[in-house]
Design a protein around this ligand. Structure first.
Ligand code: SF4
Length: 361
C-alpha cells in the first residue's frame, strides 16, 4: 500500500465515523441492541429484503417469539405462516433449524464467536460478521450491497463485484478499513451511509463529507459503480393450479422437493417450462391429473406473475368441483378455516384472499 492509498483509507474511516457521530439519525428497532437472537433475526429477515419490507416482520417475530426458545418450540406451519409474503422461504426453514439447534444443543445460548456463528444454518460471512460485530463487537467487517457500492465508488474499483476476484478484493479492503475498536458502530455506519447518502440512484454527493477524496465523484460517475458482470437472464415456469373442492374441503399439499417454496403449501398443479397450450395440457402426460379429476380444460385462465431472483413464475388457478373424492400422494383435504392458517407462496395466498373461500365453509 503506498502513502496516497493509506491516506485515502484513513480519510475514509475517520470521515465515515464523523458522519455517523454528527449526522446519522437513521433509526431501526434492532440498531444498537446487543441481544444476538434479535440481531440474528433481523439479519436473516433482511437478507435480500428491503428494510421497509422487513420491519413489520421483525416486529411480528419479536412479539410472537421473544426468545430463541419460543421460536424453537413454535409450530412450524405457524412460523411459515408468519413468514408468508417475505419470500426466500429457505431462510425461514434455516431460522427454525437454527433456533432448534441453539435451544436444544446450546441450552438456548447464542454462540459468541465469528467462527461458531458462521457454522449456523443460513449464516454466511456477511451475517456472521454482522452478528459478531453488533452483538459482541468482534472485529469483522460486513460486506453487503450497500458496503460494496460505497467502497467501489469511493475507491473507483472497476472489478465486477459479482466475480470471485471482486468479492475477494472488497472483503480485504473492507477488513482493512474497519475501525476495529468500534466494529459495531463502524459496520452500522457504513451500511447506513450506503442506504441514505451513497444511495443506488442519485447519491447525495453534494453534501457528502467523503466527496473531497471520492474517486467516482471527482473523476467519473458514481452511478456507474459498482460494476457487474453480465446479468443472468430470468427463466420462466408456468404453474397451472387446480383448486379441487370436495364436500366443502379443498385439496392441498406441502412442497417437499428441493425447489422454490419448500415447506409451503400449494394446490395440485401442472408445472411447465414453456407457455402452455390447450393441446399440451389436455393431451400429454399432464392429462393424468385431469383424468383423475374427470375434467378437460377448455380455456386457460389469465396468468398472474411473481418475480423471483432468477425466475419468473406464471400461475393460473382453475377451480374444480370434484364429483367424487380423489387421492393424490402428499395431498390432503382441509377445511376453509385450516386453509386460511396454512403458509402459501405469495401468488397463491393472493388468490385465496381474493376468492374469500371462507364463505364456502
Ligand atoms: S461523493 Fe457521492 S459517490 Fe462518493 S461516497 Fe459520497 S455519496 Fe458516494
Amino acid at each position: 500500500m503506498d502513502a496516497k492509498e493509506k491516506t485515502a483509507r484513513v480519510f475514509f474511516t475517520s470521515n465515515l465515523m464523523a458522519w455517523n457521530k454528527k449526522i446519522n439519525n437513521r433509526l431501526m428497532p434492532w440498531k444498537g441492541i446487543k441481544d444476538p437472537y434479535k440481531i440474528w433475526l433481523s439479519e436473516i429477515i433482511l437478507q435480500q429484503t428491503r428494510v421497509e419490507q422487513g420491519l413489520d416482520y421483525y416486529n411480528k417475530f419479536v412479539h410472537k417469539y421473544p426468545t430463541i426458545n419460543d421460536l424453537a418450540s413454535a409450530n412450524e406451519n405457524e412460523v411459515f405462516k408468519n413468514w408468508e409474503g417475505l419470500g426466500y422461504y429457505s431462510r425461514c426453514k434455516n431460522l427454525i433449524a437454527t433456533a432448534k439447534f441453539i435451544s436444544n444443543e446450546k441450552l438456548g445460548v447464542f454462540p459468541n464467536t465469528y467462527e461458531e456463528i458462521l457454522t449456523l444454518k443460513g449464516v454466511g460471512p456477511y451475517t456472521a460478521a454482522a452478528i459478531s460485530s453488533f452483538a459482541f463487537n468482534l472485529p469483522h467487517a460486513v460486506v453487503d450491497g450497500n458496503v460494496m457500492r460505497v467502497l467501489t465508488r469511493f475507491f473507483g474499483i472497476e472489478t465486477p463485484i459479482d466475480t470471485t476476484e471482486g468479492k475477494s478484493l472488497l472483503n480485504t479492503l473492507a477488513q482493512n478499513l474497519l475501525d476495529k475498536k468500534n466494529a459495531d458502530k463502524y459496520n452500522q455506519a457504513i451500511m447506513d451511509f450506503g442506504a441514505i447518502v451513497c444511495k443506488p440512484k442519485q447519491p447525495a454527493c453534494n453534501t457528502c463529507n467523503l466527496s473531497k477524496n471520492c474517486h467516482s465523484f471527482n473523476v467519473s460517475n458514481p452511478e456507474a459503480f459498482p460494476k457487474k458482470a453480465k446479468a443472468k437472464a430470468k427463466s420462466n415456469r408456468w404453474f397451472i393450479y387446480f383448486v379441487p373442492f370436495y364436500k366443502n374441503k379443498v385439496l392441498v399439499g406441502k412442497r417437499q422437493q428441493k425447489d422454490i417454496w419448500e415447506n409451503l403449501f400449494e394446490f395440485p398443479k401442472i408445472d411447465l417450462n414453456e407457455m402452455p397450450s390447450l393441446d399440451i395440457l389436455n393431451n400429454s402426460e399432464n392429462a393424468v391429473l385431469l383424468k383423475k379429476m374427470d375434467m378437460t380444460i377448455s380455456e386457460i385462465p389469465r396468468f398472474n406473475v411473481q418475480l423471483l431472483t432468477h425466475l419468473k413464475i406464471h400461475a393460473c388457478f382453475i377451480e374444480v368441483d370434484l364429483k367424487k373424492e380423489i387421492q393424490l400422494e402428499c395431498f390432503e383435504y382441509v377445511d376453509m378455516k385450516t386453509l386460511k392458517n396454512l403458509p402459501f407462496p405469495k401468488i397463491i395466498a393472493a388468490f385465496i384472499q381474493t376468492k374469500n373461500f371462507q364463505k364456502q365453509a
